[in-house]
Structure formats: structure tokens, C-alpha cells
Design a protein. Sequence first.
Length: 131
Amino acid sequence: MAQILDPLPSEQSKKILCCYVNATSKIQVARISNIPNWYFERVVFPGQRLVFEAPKEAQLEIHTGMMASAILSDKIPCDRLAINEITSNELETEPETVENPIKKKSIVNAIKTKIGDTTKPLTIVGFASID
């Protein structure tokens, strides 16, 4: 679910869709502070994916939480976090059929099955105790 709490300023026309994943075991705070008249700050839990829109020139600051403080651990340009959006034209096109070269020749030989009785008596190994 997208959370658009603070829309981008109207003067920001070139926005991109971005994705950041917290691959750590600590809670992080993601913040963009280099865009005037815009406030963006989100808590990102361990393993969580954060998808957001931002101006192309924005920088995402990652603050890693400690017990009573947070340390600025990374600054990532948002254009490095950009993900490709699927347009409606791409959804309507038929997928290309590509010939699978693997199907031309069998790599694995057929399994040879033996028809008949395949049960054998169970052999039990005995243990002897030595006093």
C-alpha cells in the first residue's frame, strides 16, 4: 500500500519510482532532506521493502537505529534506487516466443524401470555386547 502523506512539491516534475530494502537486522529510518519544501521520513523494519516516489535529484539517507540514537549509515542517490514502471502498452503486448534449445536434444537418458518383484528380505545386523 502506497503512503503518500506529503506529496512532492509542484515544481518537481521529474519524479521516479524508487525501492529500498532494509537488508539488516536493525530498524532503519529512511529520510530525504535535500529537497526543499518536502518532508519524507519512513521507518523501515528489517527485511522490509520501501517503495516511494521521489525527485530524480533526491538523496535517501539511511539512519540505523541503536538503543537511544540513530547513526547516519548511508546516503544513496535516488536515481540508483529507481525501478522500471510497467506501462499499459507493455502489459497489452504478446510475449515473444523463443525457441528453447534444451528441448531439441534430450540431455538425460530415460529412466530404466524394472518390471517385476523388487522387494528383498530385510537383513538385520546383530550387535553383541562384550563384558
